[in-house]
Design a protein around this ligand. Structure first.
Ligand SMILES: N[C@@H](CCC(=O)N[C@@H](CS)C(=O)NCC(=O)O)C(=O)O
Length: 208
C-alpha cells in the first residue's frame, strides 16, 4: 500500500515527483485547499496537522517531504539518493534548508496572519518574505552553476523539491527567468517524462 495525498502546486509536488521517478506503484489523491479538504475529519486522521504531503504505507503514515523522499529512495529507488554517507548528508542538509528556510519565506508572502496577529504588520511581513524568498532562489541558482542536477551529475529526489520553488517564484511574479542556471535546469526537469506526468496531473503553472 502506497498512497500519496497532495495538493496541486503545493510543496507536495516534491514527493509526487520523487514517487513518480522511483517507478513504485502508488495511488495518489489530490486535496483541494480551496475547499479546505486538508482540514476534513477524514484527512486529519491521516495527518492531524492538516498538511500535505502525507504518504500512507503499510506501517502507517509518513509526513514531511524530506522524510518521504528519503524513504521512497531507500525503499524503491536507491539511485535517487547519494549512497555515500557524506553525499546523503549533503542531500538531507539541502532538503532541510528547503523545508526550514525557503518554504517558510514563501509562506510569509501568502499567509502573513500565521506570523503576526497585528494586521498592520502584514504588508511588511509579505514584503520581507518576498525578499527572503528571492534571495533563496538566487542561492539555488548559484548552486546550479556548472551542475546538471542540484547535487551534481546524478539526478536525485532533491531535484523534484527544488522545482517547487521555481514554480512558486513564477506564481508570485518574481523574475525567475533571469536566474539562468535555475531556468536551464528547470527546462531539463521538464524534459523528464516522469516530471512532466506529475506536472500535467497537477496542471502546473510550469507548463503554462
Ligand atoms: N515541511 C512540510 C511542509 C508541509 C506544508 O506546510 N504543506 C502545505 C502545502 S505547501 C500545506 O499543506 N498547507 C495547508 C494549510 O496550511 O492549510 C513538508 O515539507 O512536508
Amino acid at each position: 500500500m502506497l498512497k500519496l495525498y497532495y495538493a496541486p502546486g503545493a510543496c507536495s509536488t516534491a514527493s509526487h515527483i520523487g514517487l513518480e521517478e522511483s517507478g513504485a506503484a502508488y495511488e495518489s489523491q489530490a486535496l483541494s485547499f480551496a475547499k479546505a479538504e486538508q482540514k476534513t475529519p477524514e484527512y486529519l486522521e491521516i495527518n492531524p496537522r492538516g498538511r500535505v504531503p502525507a504518504l500512507v504505507i503499510d506501517e502507517g503514515t509518513i509526513v514531511e517531504n524530506t522524510a518521504i523522499l528519503d524513504y521512497v529512495a531507500a525503499r524503491y529507488a536507491p539511485h535517487l539518493m547519494p549512497s555515500a554517507p557524506v553525499g546523503r548528508a549533503r542531500a538531507i542538509s539541502l532538503m532541510a534548508w528547503f523545508s526550514n528556510n525557503v518554504h517558510p519565506a514563501f509562506t510569509h508572502v501568502g499567509r502573513p496572519e500565521r506570523f503576526a496577529t497585528d494586521v498592520a504588520t502584514h504588508d511588511n511581513i509579505k514584503a520581507t518574505g518576498r525578499d527572503n524568498f528571492l534571495a533563496a532562489l538566487r542561492e539555488i541558482d548559484g548552486m546550479l552553476a556548472g551542475r546538471t542536477w542540484i547535487l551534481g551529475d546524478a539526478f536525485s529526489v532533491v531535484d523534484g523539491y527544488a522545482l517547487v520553488f521555481y514554480g512558486w517564484g513564477k506564481r508570485i511574479g518574481l523574475p525567475v527567468e533571469e536566474l539562468k542556471n535555475y531556468t536551464a535546469w528547470k527546462d531539463r526537469m521538464l524534459a523528464r517524462p516522469a516530471v512532466r506526468r506529475v506536472l500535467e496531473r497537477e496542471q502546473s503553472i510550469l507548463l503554462a
